[in-house]
Design a protein. Structure first.
Length: 115
């Protein structure tokens, strides 16, 4: 991942400002009036990545929740920075999700055009 572009919500100590404050609670799937989460990837060590939609702030971003053994550190990443990072299973999972959504939309448009 590109460190300069993907600033975690807690400061790295290098004078970088956080992308998203304050830290927000995250669960495997959470829906309420302000936020929606969908798990996009869970690693074998227990780390999880979520696609998160902050409805009130009209933002979509990726949240990483570290496993409990590592302290459960949470970091938020802008979509463009996350996708521009190095190839990793969690990045590939997000790309597959985006691709499946695009395919569904195209199929729906083709079905509508056939009617």
């Amino acid at each position: 991942m590109i460190a300069a572009a993907m600033v975690p919500e807690e400061s790295s100590g290098q004078g970088q400002s956080p992308l998203i404050t304050p830290p927000q609670r995250c669960a495997a799937v959470e829906q309420n009036h302000a936020n929606q989460n969908a798990e996009i990837y869970g690693s074998s060590n227990g780390d999880k990545w979520f696609l998160r939609h902050d409805i009130e702030g009209d933002r979509v971003y990726v949240k990483h929740v570290g496993n409990s053994q590592s302290g459960g550190h949470q970091s938020d990443y802008e979509i463009h920075a996350f996708l521009n990072g190095p190839r990793a299973p969690e990045r590939d999972a997000l790309l597959r999700l985006i691709g499946s959504l695009a395919e569904e939309k195209i199929e729906a448009e083709v079905d509508t055009a056939k009617r």
